[in-house]
Design a protein around this ligand. Structure first.
Ligand code: FDA
Length: 396
């Protein structure tokens, strides 16, 4: 089988599907090549099966990138409201969970179905279980890119790389996009797992492992970033939304600090407890504002445990210091096996921020997670996939 198209898109994830349907709607002949046995696998598993498909509070400040300005143009031209519009047209019921995060009421499957229906309507040809064997690049404008695949040879003047990052290899993630970028002379910034549980070792791990499953609200601080949400203790370390968020800012050796009484002044709280409950032990008063087992472990290993009236002012200050700024030494991350995203990727320096086209190679585009643009937890990554896919879909 062979065929000629206006654009061939590699990768049938969120970005690739959005690019395909946008270009198809403009009357372009589009081929979407996906090597897995179905498209949108990450959409299906996202948001606990309900897909947190966007965040109504999306701004460029919610993204990490060596060039924080790069994402601005695409995000401004395709906003969460554009995607919500499509969701509503397809009568998919949704709700806001918290902090602007929109989830399907029923299932992520509806989002994949919506995107596939839109693609079908726009005449997009989708080839699944289709592996790329070779890519050649010529001078002829019409057939600049020739893709030799297990399903035949396809040519097009535009090639869109939407192959995603490295997280969850079992779902089809590959380094294809990075290798292709390097081959065409693009820089690729070092990649690492983001939105990922952190592991602990030594004493910290021993002291906390038994509390696996315990969750508490914290504010996590690292390298100038901070996130207030839940921390979850796991067998190997720590997870939960506050930790997943801060993990994108953490690298081995970096200082990670947790405020265990978020929104409260720890010293004022201790002084108040001392006045109001002088005979109560520290672990008891702490056990009223955080999980009791955690309070007990904290008092055993990091604090002391006496009746409140027995602490003098400097001791209360020391306790307040630990509670408000608990230093936790993470030993690593759980890596790409469980990471939601890949930080780093194709350097945006030589990519047009309005079209996602390479400034080095005419007709070559990069969209979605393969680029060095990574969002926070909470629907921001899909919003980037939609926005960058839409930008390229309007340009090919
Ligand atoms: P994506 O990874 O979606 O798609 C890339 C596609 O390319 C894949 O289908 C892959 O098989 C294919 N591919 C790779 N190499 C290929 C090759 N050589 N040939 C052909 N095809 C190839 N974000 C969010 O905003 N809200 C959420 O709720 C969640 N939840 C979530 C849960 C989990 C468990 C994970 C792992 C991730 C999330 N995310 C998320 C992140 C989000 O899924 C991610 O940022 C987007 O899917 C990125 O979209 P892309 O299209 O760029 O890559």
């Amino acid at each position: 089988m062979s065929g000629h198209f206006d654009a061939v898109i590699v990768g049938g994830g969120a970005a690739g599907l959005m690019c395909a349907l946008t270009a198809g709607r403009r009357g372009k002949r589009v081929l979407l090549v996906e090597h897995a046995n179905r498209v949108g696998k990450k959409i299906l598993m996202s948001g606990g099966g309900r897909c947190n498909f966007t965040n109504t509070g999306t701004t460029p400040a919610n993204y990490l990138s060596a060039n924080p300005h790069f994402c601005k143009s695409a995000l401004a031209r395709y906003t969460p409201w554009h995607f919500i519009d499509m969701v509503e047209r397809h009568r998919i019921a949704y709700h806001e969970k918290e902090l602007g995060q929109l989830f399907c009421d029923e299932s992520s499957k509806l989002i994949v179905k919506m995107l596939l229906d839109e693609c079908a309507d726009a005449g997009v040809r989708v080839e699944i279980s289709c592996s790329i064997e070779r890519l050649t690049h010529g001078d002829s404008d019409e057939a600049r890119f020739r893709l030799h695949t297990t399903h035949g040879t396809f040519s097009a003047p535009s090639l869109v790389v939407a192959s995603g990052g490295l997280s969850i290899p079992s779902m089809g993630a590959t380094g294809f996009g990075y290798e292709l970028a390097r081959r065409f002379g693009h820089g690729v910034l070092p990649t690492r797992a983001g939105l990922v549980p952190l592991t602990l070792s030594g004493k910290h791990q021993e002291r906390l492992a038994e509390l696996s499953g315990v969750a508490l609200p914290v504010t996590a601080h690292c390298n100038g970033a901070s996130f207030s949400n839940y921390l979850l203790i796991t067998h190997r370390g720590i997870s939960g939304p506050a930790i997943l968020q801060i993990s994108s800012y953490w690298q081995p050796g970096d200082d990670l600090r947790l405020d265990l009484l978020p929104g409260q002044d720890a010293l004022e709280a201790l002084q108040q407890w001392q006045r109001e409950r002088p005979a109560a032990e520290l672990k008891t008063v702490l056990g009223d504002v955080m999980p009791k087992r955690f309070a007990q472990r904290l008092c055993e290993h990091w604090l002391s445990n006496r009746p409140m009236k027995q602490y003098n002012a400097p001791q209360l200050r020391e306790i307040a210091q630990v509670l408000g700024d608990w230093p936790l030494v993470a030993s690593g991350t759980e890596g790409y096996r469980t990471a939601e995203v890949t930080l780093g990727g194709v350097d945006t320096d030589e990519i047009s921020s309005s079209t996602m086209q390479s400034k080095r190679v005419p007709g070559l585009y990069f969209i979605g997670e393969v680029l060095d643009v990574t969002g926070w937890l909470g629907g921001y990554n899909f919003q980037w996939a939609w926005a960058s896919g839409h930008a390229a879909g309007n340009a090919v």
